[in-house]
Design a protein around this ligand. Structure first.
Ligand SMILES: Cc1ncc(COP(=O)(O)O)c(C=O)c1O
Length: 366
């Protein structure tokens, strides 16, 4: 068998492959059964705004042309919503696309980044691929944000602090008080990347405007946002970053592919962003089902992390990957977590009520 891995950088060759959810048609092919509930990738079961679908349809005749490399129309409406200048916004082929871009632009071999444990894989792995080291700060057992340990790690002036709030896979969100403490401890030596992929699902009584707080500092920061979750556009791939200053965007743009965001994604995102009614429907139904599913799991004796997202994370009392496989055999897709010390934990996305019922039924049968 041929093996050309010796041509590539050791840090890349040694990477673990991303544990991506399985597409429904691939699942059918591999397992030979229909997917009853796809709850493995935190997608939006209500789908995107009908206006986004219309925008995609309207854009099809023009796909022979390259899209606007500057994604100007989209960045303009994002700029108005966030009250930030257009040149402090950069779009990506999903927000995931922006994570390695940021690391590639900032990290030298041997640099250190700080993130949480558990964390969204690319926050750690994309840094390791650059030859950097990652300090992972573990959440408290009751899922409180490890604010003091992070502050301690910041004293060593890591090149980047990157974490998500709400957290994936745990679902818990940093409190406003802890966020304030983090900002106070940060210095301009560290780029703060705050991944807000699940911001729309946070309950109003615990949500706060991180951008307003960050804008009031002189710190270098980036907030990552996505259209894949509450906006239901995961398949078309589009996300964006709000940045502390135009110098961050212009630097990142130097190494990104100019047409990373496709024309249909731009049109869909504009339409989705403007349809607040659809967004509110998706979020309010998801919150209700999140509450119902969480109560049901707790009643069955599971330890469930508090969630401000469109998924739940719970201790399934055996290897999470094996447990997910048992559920897959019943047509239910979930994600067993593969990060120590959470190997017995399972992440399940909040689906339509009937999906969640099917998940609960399969759970009883196992
Ligand atoms: C915390 C977090 N950030 C970013 C992303 C990536 O989203 P996108 O689909 O925009 O690449 C995800 C996707 O699951 C996520 O959980």
């Amino acid at each position: 068998m041929k093996n050309f891995t010796n041509l590539f950088r050791k840090e890349v060759v040694e990477q673990t492959a991303y544990n991506a959810g399985i597409a429904v048609d691939r699942f059918r092919e591999v397992y030979g059964i229909e997917c009853i509930a796809k709850l493995d990738s935190n997608e939006n079961p209500y789908g995107p705004s009908p206006n986004a679908l219309k925008a995609i349809e309207n854009g099809i005749p023009d796909i022979a042309s390259y899209p606007d490399a500057g994604t100007t129309d989209l960045r303009t409406i994002i700029s108005r919503r966030h009250n930030l200048p257009v040149d402090q916004i950069i779009t990506g082929n999903g927000s995931e696309d922006l994570i390695p871009l940021i690391y590639d632009a900032i990290l030298h071999e041997g640099d250190n980044i700080v993130t949480t444990c558990p964390s969204f894989g690319p926050h750690e792995f994309a840094a390791l691929a650059c030859g950097a080291t990652a300090t992972k700060i573990k959440y408290h057992d009751d899922w409180r944000f490890p604010v003091n340990d992070i502050i301690e790690a910041l004293a060593l002036k890591p090149k980047v602090l990157m974490f998500a709030s709400p957290n994936n896979p745990a679902g818990s969100a940093v409190t406003e008080q802890d966020f304030d403490k983090i900002i106070k401890a940060l210095t301009p030596d560290t780029l703060f990347v705050f991944d807000e992929a699940y911001i729309d699902f946070i309950d109003p009584d615990v949500s706060f405007d991180a951008i307003e707080k960050l804008c009031a500092t002189n710190l270098p920061w980036i907030s990552l946002r996505t259209f894949s979750k509450a906006y239901g556009l995961a398949g078309i791939r589009i996300g964006y970053a709000l940045c502390a200053d135009t110098s961050i965007c212009s630097t990142l743009l130097k190494i990104r592919t100019p047409f990373a965001v496709n024309a249909l994604a731009i049109s869909a995102a504009i339409a989705a962003f403007e349809d607040k009614t659809h967004l509110e429907m998706c979020v309010s139904n998801t919150r209700k089902e999140r509450e119902r599913l969480s109560i049901e799991l707790k009643q069955r004796g599971y330890n469930v992390a508090p969630s401000q997202t469109n998924f739940l994370f719970f201790d399934c009392k055996e290897n999470g990957d094996d447990f997910a496989e048992k559920l897959r055999c019943k047509g239910i897709l979930t994600k067993g977590w593969k990060e120590e010390p959470y190997l017995n934990w399972l992440r399940v996305s909040i689906g339509l009520p009937e999906h969640n019922d099917a998940f609960l039924k399969a759970l009883s049968e196992i």
